[in-house]
Write a protein that binds this ligand. Structure first.
Ligand SMILES: C[S@@+](CC[C@H](N)C(=O)[O-])C[C@H]1O[C@@H](n2cnc3c(N)ncnc32)[C@H](O)[C@@H]1O
Length: 512
């Protein structure tokens, strides 16, 4: 990894905000609006270390430059590694006037440090909105002539959802890019600005690796950028712990315009300072499965994960072959506000929220619940209710305290009597053509989805706590018979994780 010894000796740099925390730290709300989470120095140095061979003149892009931590780390690497680079032309975009003086100062320090190492360093700071400026150029008639081109981009883009009527979305649309987060907008623009063979190193949330919202982005990225390295920070917030960011982050290194390599290096670390890294070369086909229309990016990391992958690879059924569908709970409570009731009453049916999940089954009604327990069964609500039956329910959102991402429970009509039920929108439910499931199958799915092996597999492609119906459809499943046998072996639902894992392991061995 490129260290940063030369710059650290420079006393001016000792006061850098990214080294000594809060010189330019924005108040929280402003920080969130700007997506301003500065990269800690060890992470920046790690990122800079990932670039492959560089040309003699490096045209460098740092978009959303903050106080310049990433460009400084890149310069430190050049100096420390004594590479052939003779000249750096850095272009930095930063829209926050409060941080720009620190950025200018960092660039001057970089210039001095480079001069001492016989490297010519020039820079231009664009106090502009990167999205608007670049989208306008890319979408405009002068595309080509007015397009800046870079050999290297190093970036920690701001992240924030951008709604479909936001100016950012409109700008990106103008450039032919459809995406719902600022960070994916940045990356999509940046890789378009790279020269063929140009390199990108980015630190971003891991959320783009799966989920339907990022499908367009994944497709665009994987079609234009060859991924050479993926690095996962195992613990949530490890890279940005001080700022309390609770996203799982990844760093990736990609090369513009090349086919995906046969294998790429996947690594992980758990500490804030990058710390001990474990790495292995993984076939690209295991990361992005050939023929997967969703283009999910699976990231195996720990030993358990690779075992989980091996186990899951032995399953060849899918929900369609099991005759099962998964859908999101149809009741959106605020849309049916008038019909929702805190307590059951005449004319109502049970309304099930995640708060009713309890020890593997649905406990209803819930006393002193903050969520409603019931919904009127009337003309307005009827289209959103389902026939009662045995359903497997999973939470769509799990809290970070929860041990597993996938939390499944059984709705049993023998315990909650009703002709129809309401399933709230924070739940996904497994059904057979809109009706209940055969009991043994439901129980088998319950054990399978709650098992550690599925959880570990799931974490490889999900970096956030949301579990979409698409994710559940994409999982491989054991055969119908294997699931029914597993379900028969389950005598009660309120059992320990160890017991679930033992039953699932036994059924895996039996079927092999
Ligand atoms: C996540 S921070 C990273 C800062 C710096 N690159 C680092 O790694 O420490 C993103 C930066 O992008 C800036 N930013 C946010 N939106 C921007 C935009 N539309 N154009 C240019 N800069 C933007 C923020 O002010 C913030 O400084």
């Amino acid at each position: 990894m490129g260290a940063i010894p030369r710059l650290r000796k420079n006393p001016a740099l000792a006061t850098f905000p990214w080294m000594s925390s809060s010189t330019v730290k924005a108040p929280r709300q402003r920080q969130e609006e700007l997506g301003q989470f500065l990269t800690p120095a060890p992470v920046a140095a790690f990122m800079a270390s990932l670039f492959g061979p560089l040309p003699e003149t490096v045209r460098l892009l740092d978009a959303g430059a903050g106080a310049g931590a990433l460009t400084a780390a890149f310069v430190s690497r050049l100096i420390a590694d004594n590479e052939k680079v003779q000249r750096v032309e850095a272009r930095l975009y930063e829209c926050d006037p409060l941080i720009q003086p620190a950025l200018t100062q960092t660039m001057r320090d970089c210039q001095r440090a480079c001069a001492d190492a016989d490297i010519r360093f020039s820079f231009s700071i664009h106090a502009a909105d990167f999205i608007t400026e670049i989208s306008t150029r890319l979408g405009g008639p002068l595309f080509g002539e007015a397009r800046p081109e870079f050999d290297v981009a190093i970036v920690n883009p701001p992240y924030r959802k951008i709604s479909s009527d936001s100016p950012e979305r409109r700008s990106l649309h103008y450039a032919g890019i459809e995406t719902s987060n600022l960070y994916t907008g940045f990356i999509a623009l940046i890789h378009r600005l790279l020269a063929p063979g140009g390199q990108l190193v980015a630190i971003t949330p891991r959320s783009f690796c799966n989920g339907p919202y990022f499908r367009n982005f994944r497709e665009d990225l994987l079609d234009h950028v060859a991924l050479h390295r993926l690095h996962v920070f195992e613990s949530r917030g490890a890279a940005f712990r001080e700022d309390g960011v609770l996203q799982e982050n990844i760093v990736f290194h990609g090369v513009r315009g090349r086919k995906q390599p046969a294998r790429l290096m996947v690594s992980s670390s758990s500490g804030k300072d990058v710390g001990t890294i474990t790495a292995s070369m993984i076939p690209c086909s295991e990361i992005v499965h050939p023929g997967d229309p969703e283009r999910f990016i699976h990231i195996p990391s720990e030993a358990g994960h690779s075992r989980a992958k091996k186990v899951m690879d032995t399953f060849h059924a899918n929900l369609a072959s099991l005759g099962v569908q998964v859908s999101t709970g149809p009741v959106v409570d605020f849309r049916l506000k008038k019909s929702v009731r805190m307590e059951p009453a005449k004319g109502t049916v049970p309304l099930i929220y995640p708060c009713h999940f309890n020890g593997g089954s649905v406990h209803w009604p819930k006393a002193n619940s903050r969520k409603p327990n019931a919904i009127l069964d009337n003309e307005e609500t009827r289209p959103w209710l389902v026939r009662s039956g045995v359903y497997l329910l999973t939470k769509r959102f799990t809290s970070k305290e929860e041990r597993r991402r996938l939390v499944a429970c059984i709705f049993d009509p023998a315990e909650v009597e009703a002709e129809r039920i309401g399933l709230e929108n924070h739940i996904n439910y497994f059904h057979a053509n809109g009706g209940g499931l055969e009991r043994n199958l439901a129980y088998g799915l319950f054990a399978f989805l709650n098992s550690t092996v599925v959880d570990q597999y799931f974490r490889q492609f999900s970096g956030h706590t949301q579990v979409n119906a698409t994710d559940l459809r994409a999982l491989p499943y054991p055969t119908l018979r294997a699931l029914q046998t597993l379900g028969r072996g389950l005598t009660k639902l309120d059992i320990s994780q160890e017991e679930i894992d033992r039953l699932v392991e036994e059924s895996i061995h039996a079927s092999q």
